[in-house]
Write a new protein. Structure first.
Length: 52
């Protein structure tokens, strides 16, 4: 292969890797986001919600 073809293949490989890293970073941020984690935390033990 010539240099131009190798360059295009390398650019595509980098783009695919960057796309994967972006998705991984977004997933990590969503999992570790304090406000979202706090909103999904269960109620403290001992508190009973009673309808009656």
């Amino acid at each position: 292969m010539d240099d131009k073809t190798n360059n295009l293949i390398e650019q595509k490989r980098r783009a695919d890797y960057n796309r994967y890293m972006d998705l991984a970073a977004m997933g990590t941020y969503l999992i570790l986001s304090p406000k979202k984690s706090q909103a999904k935390s269960p109620a403290p033990p001992g508190i009973v919600f009673d309808d009656g």
